[in-house]
Structures are given as C-alpha cells and as structure tokens.
Write a protein that binds this ligand. Sequence first.
Ligand code: ADP
Ligand code: MG
Length: 252
Amino acid sequence: MASGFLSVHNLRKSYGGHVHVLDGMNFQMEPSERIVVIGPSGSGKSTLLRCVMGLEKIDNGRIEFEGARYIEARANGRKDNLIDTAVRAKIGMVFQHYTLFPHLTVLGNLILAPIRSRGESRATATERAMQLLKRLGLENRAGAYPGMLSGGQKQRVAIARALLLDPKIMLFDEITSALDPELVAEVEGLMLELAEQKMSMMIVTHDMWFAKRIATRVIFCADGRIVEDATPARIFSDPAEPRTADFLKKVL
Ligand code: ADP
Ligand code: MG
C-alpha cells in the first residue's frame, strides 16, 4: 500500500449528480516532481486541484499522501468523505483570482494563518513573514493593503502566504491568467525559484512556454480523464495520443 508521495486512486467527482467532472483519475507523484496539468476548458483541471486540496467532496476513490490515507469516499455511498485535516495542512494552494483579505495589510494577510491555525506567536509569525517578504523583494509592501498592489505583487504575496505554512506540495491554478502580460514574469519567476528549491508542485496553466520550462511531467486531461501522462519533451514534441496533439495544435 505504500504509495510514495501523492497518490490519487480512481477519483470521481460530479456536481449535482450530472456528468462526471472527474471520471476515474489515477496518478502517483513523487517528491520534487512538478506536474503541469493541461487540457481544454472544462476538462476538470481546477476540480482535480480542488479535490487534492480537500476543497471538494469526492464521490469515489481515495487520495493518499506520504503513504497514509488523506481523503477517502465512504464505501457505503454516503456523501461525506473521510479527510485527514492534518494532512491537508501540508498542502498549499494559490488561485487565479487573488484571495487576499482586502481589509488586512500584506503582513496581516501573511501572519493570520500561522497565528490562528498553527498557534504561532505574533512576534514569530511577523518575523518569518518579514524574512520571506525580504526574500521576495516585497518588504516595503508589508504595510500596504492588497488594493494598493499590482496583480503580480498580489499573487506573489498569495504564494508567500501559502509558503509560510511550510507546505510539502504547492498547487497553482492558473495563477497568472488574470495578470497583465508584463506582470506574468515576476510570478512565474517565483515559481521557478521554488522549483530550484525542489518544491513539489501541481500547476494548471495555459502558458505552454512556461509549462515546458517548469514541468518535470505533463498530464493532459480531457472530459475528466487523464488522456496522456508523460515528460514535457514527449508531450510537446511527440504526443502519443491524437487528442493531445489536437489540443496542442490549438494552443501552441
Ligand atoms: P477546468 O479547470 O479544466 O476548466 P473545471 O474543473 O473548472 O474545469 O470544471 C469542469 C466541469 O465541471 C465544467 O463543466 C464545469 O462547468 C463544471 N463545474 C465546475 N465547478 C462546478 C460547480 N461548483 N458546480 C457545477 N459544475 C461545476
Ligand atoms: Mg480551471
């Protein structure tokens, strides 16, 4: 049963009993892998990440993390899931639309979870947050409110906020899609830095150039299924599946 790092088994999910948004997904991930998930709009990419983050109830299947049960659909058909919230706390996620609290400063946003969910002292949380802001070149924005930041700065702060909880894996759902083009590089640059530090990541992006650069592995999804799961070299130059090739023809 030992299953490496992240292990997704027969993951099924539908909304309101209609179509299967996730129609039996299976994959395993090792530490330090960077899986880029690509696929047409509506293929289930966000739902997959949200399920891994424990934000959606799954209908079937199970997810293991570091060899232990993390999320499991109950076999008796009840709608609730077994979920290990201590495991969930090891997973960080950043979304397309900025999710910073607008009424809190950058520093306030950063220290909230460390204080509330980890019981850190305000002094410790503040010190760690300021160190991280310094590393990101954002220390002079600590007192700013999100509304005063550029989109790129907001996303970097959102990443920083997740990092302060010491995640073992980071999930990124199209975090540069809403940014003006000139702001994309500073956010992608930070993700590349995390890659250098061997952060494990799952990344949904439409930026195929970035996908090629950051991925150690690419998963192409369509209709809630994994159509192809291969190295970026393989996927981008010689995909095995016609559906992958069709998709890439449209987006490259
Ligand atoms: P992607 O991120 O690949 O574009 P999503 O995971 O967002 O795809 O969505 C997959 C499918 O699930 C889509 O058909 C979408 O309309 C549907 N869907 C997503 N979220 C919900 C929801 N909360 N309620 C109902 N349907 C949803
Ligand atoms: Mg999506």
